[in-house]
Design a protein around this ligand. Structure first.
Ligand SMILES: Nc1ncnc2c1ncn2[C@@H]1O[C@H](COP(=O)(O)OP(=O)(O)OP(=O)(O)O)[C@@H](O)[C@H]1O
Ligand SMILES: [Mg+2]
Length: 413
């Protein structure tokens, strides 16, 4: 076998050289020898180089090369250090965002919110920021929920204007962990999914999850929708998604001219990543329509949800006078953990006693799938079982369609 040669470049159009190198379990790497390096490359290396990890990769960044300067500027040394040893100065607005760790027990919403705001501070690009928030939050949730990496994950983000992006500036976000990988995670519940390439492709399907059996559509925590939404967003914004995990790499490119709604997907089983590394890229300055995009994805999800007897149980009519009412507040950072605790403490006990409920969404412009899932998946199934109505008041169209999608899969299984 020819010995592996250390990579000299790390661009998203050809991630294989760096990935192949990392898979070969190298003991040391000189970042100065890879020039230029994109943010995803630093994230991929950092997840393997954490000093509190097992047999960490030793990384050198001494040279004055552009890649070493970039790595230092985004806090590479701090993020691989044992937490608590160093404090990294906060990132500057609108500049490249510092690398960060996400701990295994941490809520993912604040980090996703902060990074997306730093990366896209312009009010005119609000819909780009919301898209990035969604992607980051789903990727970080996946690290926390599925990776089994005791150190959690690494997240980085970058605005790319030069090189291959000089004509079309792109924003890139990348999340990596050194955990069990997607195929092993799915194998627990999907015994027939033994081929890593097949498992990776399936992870992008709606309602495919390690949290519940094949044919079902959700558990109290998961709906198997995170990667599906991200893949569909990639197509709809004309972006790029690269998922590298143990045993294979998936590359999905949206059509920049928006003529092909399916984009182009390739799978490569000759290379992988020791853990899971996901990179998402989208045009930095193009106008986006976040609500329209989410609506399109929900439609696509509905079409692919198994169509058994789907029960309609949420009522959008006026409730009888005196029905117990909860106000759902619009917090900018939606906290799925709190939503689930609220459901357990407030909603489920009432439904168990067959008390009808009203949820008032006045002032809530949109909410993410994972938030609505945490708030209402169990409650809706219990309400159906107890034949106790849940009334929804003041749901704007985007909120209503999120609720209807939930109803579709929660009561369709
Ligand atoms: N970082 C990761 N490490 C290991 N497995 C992962 C990782 N990310 C995703 N997976 C696997 O891919 C599956 C699909 O992920 P996806 O985000 O689409 O759905 P989910 O997390 O199960 O549900 P939801 O995102 O709707 O809460 C997961 O259930 C898990 O088995
Ligand atoms: Mg997920």
């Amino acid at each position: 076998m020819t010995p592996l040669i250390a990579p000299t470049r790390a661009g998203l159009s050809d991630p294989a050289p760096l990935l192949r190198w990392l898979e070969a379990d190298p003991v040391s790497l000189d970042i100065g020898s890879i020039d230029p390096i994109e943010m995803w490359g630093l994230v991929a290396i950092a997840a393997q180089a954490r000093r509190d990890g097992e047999g960490p990769l030793r990384v050198r960044l001494e040279s004055q090369s552009g890649s070493c300067q970039f790595a230092r500027a985004v806090g590479f040394e701090g993020v691989i250090e044992v937490p608590g040893r160093v404090s990294t100065p906060p990132s500057e607005r609108g500049r490249t965002v510092k690398l960060a760790r996400i701990q295994r027990q941490a809520p993912t919403e604040p980090a996703s919110d902060e990074i997306s705001r730093l990366l896209v501070p312009e009010p005119a690009l609000e819909d780009t920021r919301r898209t990035l928030y969604y992607v980051l939050n789903e990727l970080l949730r996946n690290v926390v929920q599925h990776s089994h990496d005791p150190l959690g994950g690494i997240v980085g983000a970058q605005l790319n204007r030069g090189g291959r992006n000089s004509a079309q500036p792109m924003v890139q976000v990348a999340v990596a962990d050194a955990g069990i990988g997607i195929p092993a995670s799915l194998q627990g519940r999907h015994k027939a999914l033994t081929d890593p390439k097949e498992a990776l492709a399936r992870s992008l399907w709606p309602h495919v999850s390690s949290a519940f059996d094949e044919g079902e559509t959700g558990s109290s925590q998961n709906a198997g929708m995170g990667l599906f939404f991200i893949a569909e967003m990639t197509k709809l914004v004309g972006g790029r998604l690269v998922v590298a995990t143990r045993g294979s790499v998936l590359n999905l490119e949206g059509d920049a001219n928006f003529e092909d709604p399916h984009g182009r997907m390739t799978l490569d089983a000759s290379v992988g990543y020791p853990g899971t590394l996901v990179t998402f890229e989208m045009p930095a300055e193009a106008e986006q329509d976040y609500d329209g995009m989410i609506e399109t994805i929900r439609q696509r999800a509905k079409e692919r949800t198994p169509r058994r007897a789907i029960h309609k149980w949420l009522s959008f009519e006026a409730p009888p006078v005196g029905t117990f009412k909860f106000i759902v507040r619009h917090t900018q950072v939606e906290d799925a953990g709190r939503a689930q605790a609220f459901a357990e403490e407030q909603l489920l006990p009432r439904l168990l006693k067959r008390e009808a409920l009203v949820l008032d969404f006045a002032g809530v412009a949109t909410c993410t799938q994972s938030y609505v899932h945490a708030l209402l998946y169990e409650a809706l199934r219990l309400a159906w079982a107890r034949k106790t109505p849940i009334y929804i008041l003041n749901a704007q169209p985007a909120v209503r369609s999120t609720l209807e999608l939930l109803e579709n899969y929660a009561l369709g299984g």
